[in-house]
Design a protein around this ligand. Structure first.
Ligand code: GLU
Length: 428
C-alpha cells in the first residue's frame, strides 16, 4: 500500500506461478487457482453524524472454497485497493491449507479511515457492508473475521445485522466475536502467540536458546503486542518497535537497548497501535525514523504491520547478525527482497505459516460456537500450540528433505492440498 507501483496481487500470483510449475499442476488447475473464484464490489451509503450522506466502497473476495467455507478478515483502511484484497484472499486459502484446517480463503475490506469516524459511523459501515453482502456470505460458505483496524466490536455489529436479516441466530457467521458473545478465549492473542510458537520451534532448529536472542518488531497493533508478550515470556528481549504516527503521518521506531517494557508502551498507545512519541521519549526511548527497526543488530526481525515493508530498497540494511525473520503481517516481503533473504541464508518463517494462528483460533471459535460449549483459555492456546508446532514441523521437514526455502516449502504443501481438493471434487 505504501508504494503505488507495488501490486500485492501480482506478487501473490507470481509466488503461485512458481510453485504451480514446481508441482507441475495442469493448465486448468493453474487457471482456477491464480484468479479468485468470486468477487463482490459494493457501495455502502452511510448517514454521517453531521447529517450528510457518504458512500463507502467495499469488497468481499472469495479465492477458493474446495477445502471448506471461505474464511478471512475484513479490513478498514483508507488506502485499501482491490488488488490488496485479492492477494489477501488468495493468501488465506494457502494459510488455511498449510495449517490443515477445513476452510478456504477470502478477504474483504472497506475503504475508510476509522481514525476519522465516530463509533456510530463505524457501526453503520459494518451493518451496511453486511446488508450488501449477506446473500453471498454465511456460516456455510464464507465467514469473516477481524483484520487491520477492525475488532471484536465490529464483528458483533456485523453478526447482529446478519442475524437481523435472517431472523435467526448464526454464531458461526463470523469469528473474532467478543468473549461472552460467542467469541473464543485466546482469539485476541492467537495471531501473535501463534507466531511465537513458530519462532520457538525455529530457534530449536537453529539451536539457539530463546533467552539468548534479541528482536526488533515492526508494528505495535494486536499481532505485534501479543507476539512481544509471549516472546518475552520465553525470555527473548525486544529492543526496538516501530509504528505509524497518525498525527505526523509517518512511522517512528522506538528503541531501548535493555529491552522495551510492553506494559508501559501499551499505556501510551492509541487503539490503532500508535505510540505517543513525546511520552516515549520522556520514558527514555530513543525515537528513530520508521525504517530503523529493520537495521537493528538483533537475532530476529518480526515484521508485524502491513504488506510491502521489506523491499529491494531496504533489504540491504538487514544486519549480518539477523538469523531469523518471522512474518506476522501478510505479504510483508516483496519477491526481490525475498530472493536476497534466501541467498543470505536467513531462516524465514513465511507469513502463511507464521501468522496462521489467528485463523486457526477462528476455526476453534467456529467449532465452539457450533457445539455451544466453550473451552477455557489454556485449552484453546494448548490446541493452538499443537497446530502451529505440527504445521511448522511439516514445512520444516519438507524444506530440509527437498532443500527448499521455507516459503517455497509452505507453498508446496498448501497449494498441493488445495489442488488435490479441487481435483477430488472433479473441478479440474
Ligand atoms: N485476518 C486474519 C488473517 O489474515 C484472520 C482471518 C480469520 O480469522 O479468518 O489471518
Amino acid at each position: 500500500m505504501k508504494n503505488e507501483a507495488f501490486n500485492p496481487f501480482e506478487m501473490a500470483q507470481s509466488q503461485f506461478d512458481k510453485i504451480a510449475d514446481t508441482l507441475e499442476l495442469n493448465e486448468a488447475t493453474k487457471d482456477l487457482l491464480r484468479i479468485n473464484l468470486r468477487e463482490y464490489h459494493v457501495s455502502i451509503p452511510v448517514r454521517m453524524d453531521d447529517g450528510s450522506t457518504k458512500i463507502f466502497r467495499g469488497f468481499r473476495i472469495q479465492h477458493n472454497d474446495a477445502l471448506g467455507p471461505a474464511k478471512g478478515g475484513v479490513r478498514f483502511h483508507p488506502m485499501e485497493t482491490i488488488d490488496t484484497v485479492r492477494a489477501l484472499a488468495m493468501w488465506m486459502t494457502w494459510k488455511c491449507a498449510v495449517v490443515d484446517i477445513p476452510l478456504g480463503g477470502s478477504t474483504g475490506g472497506v475503504i475508510c479511515d476509522p481514525h476519522n469516524l465516530s463509533s456510530h459511523e463505524q457501526e453503520l459501515i459494518c451493518r451496511g457492508w453486511v446488508r450488501q453482502l449477506a446473500r453471498n456470505m454465511g456460516p456455510l460458505n464464507d465467514v469473516p473475521a477481524p483484520d487491520v483496524m477492525t475488532n471484536s466490536q465490529h464483528m458483533l455489529w456485523m453478526l447482529d445485522e446478519y442475524e437481523t436479516i435472517y431472523g435467526k441466530k448464526y454464531p458461526g457467521f463470523i469469528t473474532g466475536k467478543p468473549v461472552g458473545m460467542g467469541g473464543s478465549l485466546g482469539r485476541t492473542e492467537a495471531t501473535g502467540y501463534g507466531l511465537i510458537f513458530t519462532v520457538r520451534e525455529a530457534l530449536k532448529e537453529l539451536n539457539i536458546p530463546p533467552g539468548d536472542t534479541t528482536a526488533s518488531v515492526q508494528g505495535f497493533g494486536n499481532v505485534a503486542q501479543h507476539a512481544i508478550e509471549l516472546y518475552q515470556q520465553i525470555w527473548g528481549k525486544v529492543v526496538c518497535v516501530s509504528c505509524w504516527d497518525q498525527k505526523d503521518q509517518v512511522s517512528y521506531s522506538f528503541r531501548k537497548m535493555d529491552g522495551v517494557n510492553i506494559e508501559i508502551l501499551k499505556g501510551i498507545t492509541d487503539r490503532f497501535g500508535g505510540i505517543d512519541k513525546d511520552k516515549a521519549s520522556e520514558l527514555g526511548y530513543e525515537v528513530l525514523p520508521g525504517d530503523a527497526w529493520i537495521e537493528q543488530e538483533v537475532d530476529i526481525l518480526i515484521p508485524a504491520a502491513m504488506e510491502n515493508q521489506i523491499t529491494k530498497d531496504n533489504v540491504g540494511k538487514i544486519s549480518k547478525k539477523v538469523k531469523l525473520i518471522a512474518e506476522g503481517a501478510n505479504g510483508p516481503t516483496t519477491p526481490d527482497a525475498d530472493n536476497i533473504i534466501k541467498e543470505r541464508g536467513i531462516f524465514l518463517i513465511p507469513d502463511m505459516l507464521g501468522n496462521a494462528g489467528g485463523v486457526t483460533c477462528s476455526y476453534f471459535e467456529q467449532v465452539q460456537s457450533n457445539m455451544n460449549y466453550f473451552w477455557d483459555k489454556d485449552e484453546v492456546l494448548g490446541k493452538l500450540d499443537l497446530k502451529m508446532t505440527s504445521a511448522f514441523a511439516s514445512v520444516n521437514k519438507l524444506a530440509k528433505e527437498k532443500k527448499l526455502y521455507m516459503r517455497d516449502a509452505a507453498y508446496v504443501i498448501a497449494v498441493g492440498r488445495v489442488a488435490q481438493a479441487c481435483k477430488d471434487r472433479g473441478w479440474v
